[in-house]
Design a protein around this ligand. Sequence first.
Ligand SMILES: *Cc1c(COP(=O)(O)O)cnc(C)c1O
Ligand code: SF4
Length: 436
Amino acid sequence: MEVFSPYQKNITKKIGKTFEISHWKDWKWQIKHRIRDIDTFEKISGIHFETQKRTKIEETISEFPMSITPYYLSLIDKDNYENDPIFIQSFPSPSELVVHKCEMTDPLAEDKDSPVPYLMHRYPDRVLLHVSNVCSMYCRHCTRKRKVGEVDSIPDKEVLQKGIDYIRQTKQIRDVLLSGGDPLMLSNDYLEWILSEIRAIPHVEIIRIGSRVPAVLPYRITKELISMLKKFHPLWLNTHFNHPREITASSKEALRLLADAGIPLGNQSVLLAGVNDCPKIIRKLCHKLVQNRVRPYYLYQCDLSRGLSHFRTPVGKGIEIIESMIGHTSGLAVPTYVIDSPGGGGKIPIMPNYLISWSTNKVVLRNYEGVITTYKEPDSYEPIFCDRNCDDCDLQLNLEEGIERASIGIEKLLSDANRTIALVPEDNERYSRRNQ
Ligand SMILES: *Cc1c(COP(=O)(O)O)cnc(C)c1O
Ligand code: SF4
C-alpha cells in the first residue's frame, strides 16, 4: 500500500509543476531536487523565517551546508516545526556555530587509524571503508560534518583499490564495513564493483553496509539494487533511524525489500537532545524497528564534534533510557548504549549496574524491578589452565584453519598464558620516575 499525503503532492507540484508519483518515487529525482537553500526551503515547506533569523541561518549554512530530500522534508510537521524531530535533524540551527573548548574536528581520531586513504583499521579483525563522501540528506548531528558537505566526492577505483589491497594483505580482517557518507549514494554498478572485489577476498567473512537511505531516501532501495546486493551474502546492513516518526509507509517498504532479500538489518541511533532524549520515544522507535525486522544495534552518545553541543545530553540520560528498557521490554528491542571514546579508543558500552556486590561464593544482583537477589557461585570449579596450547587441551576446540591471535587489552590480564599483571599508560609519571 502506498500512501502519499496531500503535502507530498503539493511539494512535488511546487518542484515539478505537476504531481507525478513516478517522480516522487524516483530517487534520482529526489536527489536532483534536494533542498539546499533557505528560499527553496521556504517556498516548498511553507515555513517562513524573519530577516534576523534568516541571516543567522545563512551564516550556519555557509559553515555547514544544508541538504534535505523532498521526501524527508515532507515529514516535517510545519505547524510545530520548531519542536519537530525531522526539522531539527535536517534544518541548520545557529547553535551549530557555538564552539566549545572540548569539541574537536576529528574527535574519534579517525585520521590517525587510517593506514591507507579512506580505510580505517581500529579494531583487530574489522575495518571501515569510506566509499563515498556523499549523503542525500545532511544530518545536522553528523560526526563527520567536516567531511560530509565539504565536497561531495566519491573516491575513484584507483584510490579504493588501495584500501581493497590492504584488506587482501591483512589476513586478520574478517569483517568489512562500507561506510561514508552513504554507500548507497553510489551507482549500482560502482557499488557492485566494490562488493565483488571485497567478496573475492577469501578471509573476508562478512560485509556490512551502513546507510541512512532507508530513513531519508527510501526510494533508493529499488528492486535492481536488491537483486545486486543479494549476490554478496553474507551481507548485513545497518541503518540509522532516530525517531519513530521517520518510520513511514515508504521506509517500511524499503526495509521489507531488504529483509526479504535475506539481508539482516540493524539500526544505529544517536541520542539527541530535543529529538529523542526520552525513554518513551526510544522505546517506541525500537518497537517499530523490531516490527519491521530491524534489530536495534547501537544507541550512540553524541560525539564531541564541532557544532554538536546543542545536541548533547548527559550520559545519565542514556543510562535512564536503557534502564527503562532492559527487562521491561523484549531484549531484542534493546540497543547497546555506547560512547565512542574521544581520541580513538573505539566504542565503549555503558549499562546501568546490575551487579551490586559479591563475595567469594555469592554475587548480589538486582533486577529491573529493584528486586535484590543472589546467585550462588559453584563450590567446586576446576579452572582449566590455559597456556593457549590448544593441542594439549581437554576442551574440544577444533580451530582447524583458524588463525591464532594474541590476546590484547583486559583480555590479556585475564589470560593464564600471559604474564602481564598491569596495563600502564605510556606517560605514567610514576614509571618515568623509576626509569630515571
Ligand atoms: C564501529 C566501528 C567498527 C565496527 O564495530 P562493531 O562494534 O563491530 O560494529 C569498525 N571500525 C570502526 C572504525 C568503527 O567505528
Ligand atoms: S547519513 Fe550519516 S554520514 Fe550522512 S550526514 Fe547523516 S550522519 Fe552524516
